[in-house]
Ligand binder design. Structure first.
Ligand SMILES: *Cc1c(COP(=O)(O)O)cnc(C)c1O
Length: 393
């Protein structure tokens, strides 16, 4: 008989009942060091006192009113995002997938209003991930996600990651209106787009008048050591998708846009019952306040250097298990020679949580609040896990 929860996930045989900082306690009383952070979501760790306070204060005040009215915490979060990015306006969603939906609609509507309704196509790249909705899977276009799900939403041009010639060619097409890309691919296996490529993409968009849509759902909100990953390249997008870390564990996403890119989205063109609700936005505003303190990101960068250095040592010590360290900031991947799932499972045996990704990679996405001692502890657990994988292999 089918389980009462639709079986779309291959779940590890574990259930966590509470968390604090970088640690999670399971039902059997085992304590795990969490380098997955709920897939880059718990950016400030579990049960961060300031987030618990923001949520409970809001919960005691006002939960939901709908977007028929002005919502104070939503306005506050929108102001913070506008203050700390080059983008002017935000629409709030409950997830990254919903952010993708709006980004696609916004790009299409932009060109429609510009009198070029034929520019419906959005260029996307192999290995990308933009969510599991009909638009999200059509955007990414991988066989794994789209198999049996057709007919797919039209309007996406899929290019090979790194194929510059195909890109230059596609950008000239009169039916193309935008490019959508993750500055660091997450699900695709922690594949950063080099700064020069991101700059090149920006130039290409400017040259052909295309909208640059950045999906910072996984790499944003301090994860790479800048508030948003594209800042490393010194460029700014026209439209940006945000989710995961922004809610610190509370469901929250957003689409940010320049005034120009958002010009088609007038009253009545989009909506959400829950999007931008007081609870989510109160937490999101608190996350933003904490992550935008200059000392916070300085510390993320320092710790990222420490973790990376230790991981390089780990790879050198286990050349049969690992191939290389990749990624940016505290969004790191270990490309494996052994099977990545075996390494993740061996981690469980040593009370360590990591997350598998495509391209035979394991992802390390710790809370940005991880301490130096926890970094050392995590690498020593990875070392034990790797030794075990070698012994089992
Ligand atoms: C997780 C993710 C999404 C989808 O977000 P959900 O909140 O799961 O809907 C979209 N894009 C990227 C880059 C992601 O990592």
């Amino acid at each position: 008989m089918i389980s009462t929860v639709l079986p779309t996930y291959n779940r590890a045989p574990m259930e966590f009942v509470s968390g604090k900082g970088t640690w999670l306690d399971n039902k059997d009383g085992r304590r795990f060091l969490d380098l997955g952070a709920g897939i880059a979501v718990n950016a400030l760790g579990h049960a961060h006192p300031a987030l618990v306070e923001a949520l409970t204060t809001q919960a005691n005040t006002l939960w939901h009113v709908s977007n028929l009215y002005h919502i104070g915490p939503q306005q506050k979060l929108a102001d913070l995002l506008a203050e700390h990015t080059a983008l002017d306006t935000s629409f709030f969603t409950n997830s990254g997938t919903e952010a993708c939906e709006l980004a696609v609609k916004m790009a299409r509507k932009y060109w429609f209003e510009k009198g070029q309704p034929e520019r419906t196509d959005i260029i996307t790249f192999s290995g990308s991930f933009h969510g599991r909705s009909a638009a999200g899977i059509a955007a990414a276009g991988s066989e794994k996600m789209t198999h049996g799900m057709g007919p797919l939403l039209p309007g996406f041009v899929h290019l090979e990651f790194g194929d510059h010639d195909a890109l230059t060619q596609a950008a000239k097409s009169p039916s193309v209106g935008a490019i959508m890309v993750e500055p660091v691919q997450g699900e695709g296996g922690i594949r950063p787009l080099p700064d020069a490529c991101l700059k090149g993409l920006r130039d290409l968009c400017d040259e052909h008048g295309l909208l640059m849509i950045l999906d910072e759902v996984q790499c944003g909100v301090g994860r790479t050591g800048k508030l948003f990953a594209h800042e490393w390249a010194g460029i700014a997008p026209d439209i940006m998708m945000v989710a995961k870390g922004i809610g610190g564990g509370f469901p929250l996403g957003a689409v940010l846009a320049t005034e120009n890119a958002a010009q088609g989205m007038t009253a009545g063109t989009h909506g959400s019952t829950y999007g931008g609700n007081p609870l989510a936005c109160a937490v999101g505003a608190k996350v933003m306040e904490i992550v935008t303190e200059p000392a916070f990101l300085e510390d993320v960068n320092r710790k990222a250097g420490l973790l990376r250095q230790k991981l390089e040592g780990l790879v050198a010590a286990h050349p049969d298990v690992f191939e290389e360290v990749r990624g940016s900031g505290l969004m790191l991947g270990l490309k494996c020679k052994a099977t990545n799932i075996d390494v993740v499972n061996a981690g469980y045996d040593h009370e360590l949580l990591t997350v598998p990704a495509a391209d035979n990679v394991i992802r390390l996405l710790p809370p940005l609040t991880i301490t130096d001692d926890e970094i050392a502890d995590a690498v020593s657990r990875l070392d034990k896990a790797a030794t075990q994988v070698t012994a089992d292999g």
